[in-house]
Design a binder for this molecule. Structure first.
Ligand SMILES: *[C@@H]1O[C@H](CO)[C@@H](O)[C@H](O)[C@H]1NC(C)=O
Ligand SMILES: *[C@@H]1O[C@H](CO)[C@@H](O)[C@H](O)[C@H]1NC(C)=O
Length: 334
């Protein structure tokens, strides 16, 4: 048994001698995980590949697939630099193929590159511009729309603050406000189609929370969106008769349909709200006169008997879509 052992030992010794004289150990790659800021500019170096060789031979470094298009390596030192813009939003971990060689052997390896977040995206408004129509009687505090912006960064680089930087005309500055954290635009003061502007332009700013990685200073990104707000008239003003009081006269024996006088009212609202319908609301002698619904022309409706009704008739005239009574009566005499 001991003779056998010695025989084996002898064989091993021979192999060992060959190894010492001829064999060369391959270099080994010692570090395989590296952190890299995603905002590292092209050309800047990011890390040095850690590798050793048992014989202390000089090592040379080269890159290979995958992702060798993103980095360059200095062949004698293993110093890696950025060759193409990196983007963490595409993927936050990337692999990098590397080959480390000594005089006669080479060791392939895959490095893992962890991309660190920088603020490198600007906020983007969704569905801008924000064009809306609102009626002039919209209640103060009403939510008008949400100017939502999104940011592809994570952490503080994606936290967006909103502001209204400008209102045109500037008289509207107090009429609109934005919730800084949500971008919700609200009505902050009363509109008035007749007395104030009927059109406003808001300049809305979304600024991200900033961030830094490769650089020492924090950088922020902002975007601008516009909102065009059109104020729509609502019928909130009473029509008014012009040229009051109305006085007309008519012969007592005038035939039916004889014109007496025409009254005219104007709606102070503009746009579609100025349709006025005329009617006789009251008369001291009912049934004697009629009025044209559309043009306010008052005419004789039935035979006038002055002995029965006296010298004057008072008419109260109104417009129909509003129930307000008008200026006192025109009167007719014969
Ligand atoms: C708008 O302004 C006019 C004139 O100042 C005023 O008479 C009217 O009541 C106002 N309308 C509203 C809805 O405040
Ligand atoms: C948006 O607002 C921020 C903070 O006030 C400001 O620094 C930035 O210049 C504004 N952006 C634009 C495009 O005006």
């Amino acid at each position: 048994m001991s003779a056998d052992m010695e025989g084996i030992k002898g064989t091993m010794l021979v192999l060992c001698l060959i190894g010492l004289s001829k064999a060369n150990n391959s270099p080994s790659i010692d570090g395989v995980v590296y952190n890299v800021c995603e905002d590292t500019p092209i050309g800047a170096s990011v890390f040095t590949i850690k590798a050793t060789d048992a014989e202390n031979d000089p090592l040379t470094f080269s890159l290979t697939k995958p992702n060798d298009e993103y980095f360059a390596v200095e062949s004698s030192s293993g110093k890696v630099s950025v060759r193409r813009t990196l983007d963490r939003e595409a993927s936050n971990v990337m692999e990098l193929g590397v080959i480390v060689s000594d005089i006669s052997t080479e060791t392939p390896g895959i490095l893992t590159i962890i991309l660190l977040e920088a603020n490198d995206n600007r906020p983007i408004f969704q569905s801008s511009p924000y064009d809306i129509e609102i009626s002039e009687n919209t209640a103060v505090g009403t939510s008008l729309f949400r100017a939502l912006a999104t940011d592809a960064d994570t952490s503080s680089g994606a936290v967006i603050q909103y502001s209204i930087d400008e209102v045109t005309p500037s008289s509207g500055s107090s009429l609109f406000r934005i919730v800084p954290t949500t971008g919700e635009v609200q009505l902050a003061g009363p509109l008035n189609y007749t007395a104030l502007s009927t059109f406003y332009r808001l300049k809305i700013n979304a600024t991200d929370g900033g961030g830094r990685c490769h650089y020492d200073t924090i950088n922020y990104f902002s975007s601008i969106a516009f909102s065009f707000i059109t104020v729509v008239d609502v019928p909130d003003l009473d029509p008014r008769f012009i040229g009051v009081p109305y006085v007309g006269s008519v012969e007592e024996n005038s035939p039916v349909d004889t014109n007496v006088l025409t009254v005219t009212a104007l709606d102070q609202d503009t746009g579609v709200n100025d349709k006025i319908i005329y009617s006789i609301e009251d008369s001291t002698a009912a049934g004697l006169f009629k009025i044209s619904e559309t043009d306010g022309a008052i005419s004789v409706m039935s035979d006038i008997d002055r002995e029965a009704i006296g010298d004057t008739v008072a008419l109260t005239v109104k417009q129909l879509n509003r129930a307000s009574k008008l200026h006192p009566p025109g009167s007719t005499g014969s």
